[in-house]
Design a protein around this ligand. Structure first.
Ligand code: HEC
Ligand code: HEC
Length: 282
């Protein structure tokens, strides 16, 4: 039976070479270079996967919320928000209903630290943010799952690559009476105020326009189109990246502050000079 013996020999050879291969592989794994390479590949893979997952929700506000996220949001909401807003978002004496406010409003309120509200004041202040981005997204998904409302804006309008001149004009017409032409903020009645806009992110600027927090009016898409909103964001980002070209800004508070400065220091200096001159002539 020569063929059978040949087959046996082949099998033995194959087994031997396979053993040789595993031995080589084992030796290779132990080499420090291989460890480094493996680590690098692992890091690259995790990094890539992280970028993929963390970018996807904000790429498009309309991404369907996963059931898992909605359930997580529900738990977070029951623990942190329901005392004021009600377990079914119906509202209580301590807080308004959130039915129909949309994911954009939740992302704005929680993402700027305004919510959860800590104590009663004329206006919910910006505070250190209490929730991670994922938790904020889960809360937003949960609120949006119960009633439709404005979604978190898609990234294409948040790049600050629009027409800054057009945006500045829109800002002067629609926003400057409360926020000041340079976005330095201003006081309103009853202890309320329009905050300064130098730090707030493009996403929160867009959401503020879309949802009109507290005393701010809503600028819906019929009123100011998404392209116009992008231009306004562009002009605000331009302003903060290009401070005024000369002189003291005096807080960019406008002619009153500048006039006061001129009166107090300019005329004050002249008076002091006059007093000094008359004192010398005596
Ligand atoms: C101590 C009470 C309190 C708690 C806790 C609280 N809120 Fe509020 N919330 C309010 C009040 C009062 C307002 C309305 C006045 C304001 O906007 O400052 C409000 C407004 C809001 C709005 C804006 C509604 C609109 O009309 O656009 C959202 C969204 C919101 N809250 C979400 C949350 C979420 C999410 C949490 C939990 C993480 C939370 N709140 C916790 C009291 C509370
Ligand atoms: C009637 C006055 C008024 C007008 C007009 C107005 N806002 Fe506001 N804005 C407010 C008030 C009041 C708040 C603070 C709301 C709060 O704290 O909940 C605010 C908040 C904001 C915020 C959030 C700032 C932060 O620190 O989180 C942004 C961004 C913003 N406004 C942008 C705009 C833009 C852009 C326009 C014009 C398209 C505009 N506002 C027009 C009164 C106004």
């Amino acid at each position: 039976m020569p063929t059978a013996r040949n087959a046996d020999a082949r099998r033995i050879r194959r087994a031997a070479s396979a053993k040789g291969r595993t031995a080589r592989v084992k030796r290779g794994r132990r080499s420090p270079l291989a460890t480094v390479a493996l680590l690098a590949i692992g890091l690259m893979f995790t990094g890539g996967a992280y970028a993929l997952f963390s970018a996807s929700p904000s790429d498009n506000g309309a991404v369907a919320a996963s059931q898992e996220n909605v359930e997580r949001g529900q738990k977070l909401f029951a623990a942190n928000c329901a005392t004021c807003h009600g377990l079914a978002l119906e509202g209580t004496e301590a807080g308004p209903t959130l039915l129909g406010v949309g994911a954009a409003s939740v992302d704005f309120q929680v993402g700027t630290g305004r919510m959860p509200l800590m104590n009663q004041s004329p206006q919910a202040p910006v505070k250190p943010v209490q929730f991670t981005e994922e938790d904020t997204q889960a809360l937003a998904d949960y609120v949006a799952s119960l009633a439709p409302g404005p979604a978190i804006p898609s990234a294409e309008y948040l790049q600050a690559d629009g027409d800054a001149t057009h945006g500045a004009e829109l800002f002067r017409i629609n926003c400057a009476m409360c926020h000041n032409v340079a976005g330095a903020g201003g006081a309103l009645t009853e202890g309320k105020y329009a905050p300064e806009l130098h730090e707030v992110t493009p996403q929160h600027i867009y959401e503020a326009m879309l949802t009109g927090p507290q005393n701010m009016p809503v600028f819906n898409d019929a009123n100011i189109t998404p392209e116009d909103k992008r231009d306004i964001i562009t002009s605000l980002v331009y302003m903060r990246e290009n401070p005024s070209p000369g002189g003291f800004e005096l807080g960019s508070l406008g002619p009153v502050a500048e006039g006061l400065f001129a009166w107090v220091f300019g005329i004050g200096a002249l008076v002091a000079l006059a007093v000094w001159l008359t004192a010398r002539s005596n």
